[in-house]
Design a protein. Structure first.
Length: 240
C-alpha cells in the first residue's frame, strides 16, 4: 500500500511538472505568435508608409520639375521683355530729342512755322562750323542802362539794324548807379527773331548765327557810370 501511495505521489508531481511546462511552453508560444503577428503587422505598415512616402516624393519631384520649368519660362519671358524695353528706350533716346537737341528742334519747328523752308534751314546747319577765335571785324558801342519802365526800350543797333542790344536795370536799381549796371539785364534783338532773347546779368557772352557767319556779342560794365560796353565781333571757322 505504501509503495502504491509513493508511486501515486510521484505521478502527481510529474503531472504537475508537465502541466507547468505545458503552460509555460504554451504561454511562450502564444507570446511568440503575438510578437510575430505584431512584427508582421509593423512590417506591413512600414512597407506601406515607405511606398506612400516614395509616391509623395515622386509627386513633389514632378511638381518641383514643373515649377522650375515654369520659372525658366517666366525668366526667359522677363529677359525678352527687358531687352525689348531697353531697345525701346534706346530708340526713344535716339529719335526723341532732349536737352539742347530738344531746344534746337523747337527752334527749327518755330522757324518752319514762320515760313522758313527746310532747304534754307538745312543749308544754314550744314554751313555752321565750330569757331576758333572772334578776332575779325568788331564794333563796340556804349549803351546806357535804362530804368525799369513799362514802355519798351529802344535798342542800340548793330550791322545796320540787323542786331540790337538793350540794358535795363532790374528790381529797385534805378538811375545811373553802379548797382544798376551790375544788376542790368541784357536783351538781344535780331531782325530775324520774333521776340528778343534775354541774356541775363553782366557779364554777357553770346554767339549769334547770321547766315553762315558767327558773331559774338560781349557786354561788360562800362567805364562811364550808368553805361555798359557792348562789342559785336565776327568769328572765324575752326581749322579742320
Amino acid at each position: 500500500m505504501l509503495g502504491r501511495r509513493r508511486n501515486r505521489g510521484r505521478s502527481g508531481k510529474r503531472l504537475r511538472v508537465f502541466f507547468v511546462l505545458f503552460v509555460l511552453i504554451g504561454g511562450a508560444g502564444t507570446l511568440y505568435a503575438i510578437g510575430r503577428a505584431a512584427y508582421l503587422t509593423g512590417e506591413t505598415l512600414a512597407a506601406w508608409q515607405v511606398r506612400s512616402l516614395e509616391a509623395e516624393r515622386d509627386k513633389l519631384t514632378a511638381t518641383l520639375a514643373a515649377t522650375q520649368a515654369q520659372r525658366d519660362t517666366l525668366q526667359s519671358r522677363l529677359n525678352e521683355a527687358n531687352d525689348s524695353l531697353a531697345a525701346m528706350k534706346r530708340r526713344y533716346e535716339r529719335d526723341v530729342p532732349a536737352g539742347a537737341a530738344a531746344e534746337l528742334y523747337g527752334l527749327l519747328r518755330d522757324r518752319m512755322a514762320a515760313g522758313l523752308t527746310i532747304d534754307r534751314l538745312r543749308t544754314a546747319i550744314q554751313g555752321a562750323e565750330p569757331v576758333r577765335a572772334c578776332e575779325g571785324r568788331s564794333v563796340r558801342k556804349r549803351i546806357a542802362v535804362q530804368p525799369a519802365a513799362a514802355k519798351p526800350v529802344e535798342p542800340v543797333l548793330f550791322l545796320d539794324g540787323l542786331v540790337g542790344v538793350t540794358a535795363t536795370a532790374t528790381g529797385s536799381a534805378t538811375g545811373a548807379s553802379d548797382n544798376s549796371v551790375q544788376s542790368a539785364s541784357v536783351s538781344l534783338y535780331a531782325a530775324w527773331m520774333d521776340k528778343p532773347v534775354v541774356l541775363g546779368a553782366l557779364p554777357v557772352k553770346h554767339d549769334v548765327l547770321l547766315n553762315n557767319t558767327t558773331l559774338r556779342l560781349v557786354v561788360e560794365p562800362g567805364d562811364l557810370r550808368g553805361y555798359v560796353n557792348a562789342t559785336l565781333s565776327s568769328c572765324v571757322a575752326k581749322a579742320s
